[in-house]
Design a protein around this ligand. Structure first.
Ligand SMILES: [Zn+2]
Length: 251
């Protein structure tokens, strides 16, 4: 194992990718840890690009550490690892806050949200960290909010550079609507009931479960799992090589 990590360090040096990425990913990302060496390198290369493309702010004065940026950027790389496009153009400002928060007029606390008006994603760091530390509860606020970002970028962005292919989205949506209705009729299993709010929440909740309870999802909701796999071009149950069609990703 040590030898393998050393080889990876060597390759990274050639590509000028900071070693700190590996330390943090090995520590936090169950997804990254399972990848084979070639895909780890591809993940690290995309991570570097994503990190340069995101603006991290802390409006409350919370001190942002490098590992926080790495972990949040890694959530985006994970979701989009099977896609051609993986950089956010519009929702690329991430405000990290020290704890859960609320807004005027709301009577509940939030751990993250995407403000479509200000085009900012807000994330509570302890909840982001918890999302990656507890790896199998299908709760991951960074994955959740970044899935919203993908959907809104595709709604407002150019038809020529979409994250999700329309045809594949339609096939997923067909299964998704069935699931949405099942949740609303109280016949839910596996996914959190919150997915029954609307199709945008269903996508986020489904992707959280896709990564953190992959086997159960595949067994209990095979059609929805299949369409989500095709849509994201990956199957996380194929642990070391989740990519389905590598002509899309080039790796
Ligand atoms: Zn949401």
């Amino acid at each position: 194992m040590k030898q393998k990590i050393l080889q990876l360090f060597f390759k990274l040096k050639k590509k000028e990718i900071p070693e700190e990425y590996i330390y943090e990913l090995e520590n936090y990302s169950a997804y990254y840890k399972r990848l084979n060496d070639d895909l780890k390198l591809a993940f690290l290369e995309r991570l570097q690009i994503v990190l340069h493309s995101l603006n991290f702010t802390s409006e409350t004065g919370f001190k942002i550490e490098e590992r926080m940026k790495i972990i949040i950027a890694a959530a985006l790389v994970q979701i989009t690892f099977g896609l051609r496009k993986f950089v956010l153009n519009t929702y690329n400002t991430i405000d990290i806050v020290a704890n859960k928060y609320t807004y005027e007029g709301l009577n509940f606390f939030m751990t993250g949200d995407l403000n479509t008006y200000e085009e900012i994603i807000t994330l509570s760091w302890p909840h982001v960290e918890f999302g990656f530390t507890v790896k199998d509860d299908a709760l991951n606020v960074a994955i959740h909010e970044l899935c919203h970002a993908l959907i809104f970028e595709d709604i407002h962005g150019s038809l020529w550079s979409q994250f999700l292919e329309t045809k594949k989205y339609k096939a997923y949506e067909y299964e998704g609507v069935k699931k949405l209705n099942a949740i609303r009729q109280g016949e839910n299993k596996l996914l959190r009931d919150y997915g029954g709010e609307n199709m945008i929440e269903l996508f986020s909740v489904a992707v959280e479960t896709f990564f953190e309870q992959s086997e159960a999802f595949k067994n209990q909701l095979p059609e929805l799992y299949k369409q989500l796999s095709v849509l994201l071009n990956q199957d996380p149950t194929q642990k070391e090589n989740p990519i389905l069609d590598n002509s899309i990703t080039g790796y």
